[in-house]
Design a protein around this ligand. Structure first.
Ligand SMILES: [Zn+2]
Ligand SMILES: [Zn+2]
Ligand SMILES: [Zn+2]
Length: 252
């Protein structure tokens, strides 16, 4: 896929001539990788220098290192969803869950199990001779009478009424957001993906690295100190300890 094709898809999606699903299929289903396109090769050749911007080495071959990676589609969807959720919480009332609905759910928990009377967890142990008989593995409370809690073989211990009520309301809100804005969320995620892709293709976030620096960066998350160009440091840092002693900051 080249930029012209991509912009055609972008335009069609923006004006709702195609759906997010069709756009996604065209973009993510494309078998031509960015670096296989002519645009990419030309751009790369124009930008690449003959000296490593990291360590000043001039030993070929040089590679164009991307300092920025576009987020995944999944992450973009998640971010967009979070925005809609935030907006919904601000502008509309939280979905209402009636007490009876919570009650009906809780009625499934027909068994009972022993639990810690202090913290409610089920991980308590019965001791043969020591008194008190029980000890909680979670809060270390010791007791003779365990508290019996409602239990369901598949669902486990019943949640408390209020926790459950809040959970059900949250769930209802999530469903509402996906039902109402799901297509819009995915459309936005794809459009952002296209923007990110263009930025990636523009190579504005690249530097020329020698093979060694590229390997250290990608595989070891290390680079040479930006001051002495010698000592290896984590990529988030600016100067090594020795250079820090000479007054250089550890990070910029
Ligand atoms: Zn280098
Ligand atoms: Zn406990
Ligand atoms: Zn240094």
């Amino acid at each position: 896929m080249n930029l012209v094709e991509l912009e055609k898809i972008e335009e069609a999606l923006r004006s709702d001539k195609i759906t997010f699903a069709e756009a996604g299929e065209k973009i993510y289903g494309s078998t031509t990788k960015p670096w296989q396109t002519d645009h990419w090769k030309k751009k790369r050749n124009a930008l690449i220098k003959d000296c490593c911007e990291q360590c000043d080495s001039t030993k070929p071959p040089m590679v164009l290192q991307h300092m920025w990676q576009p987020p995944s589609y999944r992450n973009r969807v998640r971010n967009e969803y979070a925005l809609f959720l935030e907006n919904e919480k601000l502008n509309n009332s939280f979905p209402n869950v009636r007490d009876e609905e919570v009650q009906i759910y809780l009625e499934q928990f027909t068994d009972t199990k022993e639990s810690c009377p202090a913290c409610g967890v089920r991980s308590i142990s019965k001791r043969k001779t020591m008194k008190p008989t029980y000890r909680c593995a979670n809060c270390y409370h010791e007791f003779d009478e365990p508290k019996m809690v409602p239990y369901h073989p598949k669902l486990g211990v019943a949640p408390s009424f209020n926790v459950l009520k809040r959970g059900m309301a949250n769930r209802r809100l999530q469903d509402y957001i996906w039902d109402t804005y799901g297509d819009e969320i995915r459309k936005r995620a794809i459009l952002q993906g296209i923007d990110d892709y263009k930025r990636y293709m523009s190579m504005e976030d690249t530097k020329t690295f020698c093979k060694r620096c590229a390997y250290l960066w990608d595989m070891k998350r290390k680079k040479v100190c930006e001051v002495c160009k010698d000592t290896l440091i984590p990529i988030e840092m600016h100067a090594c300890y020795k250079c820090q002693e000479n007054g250089h900051p550890s990070v910029l």
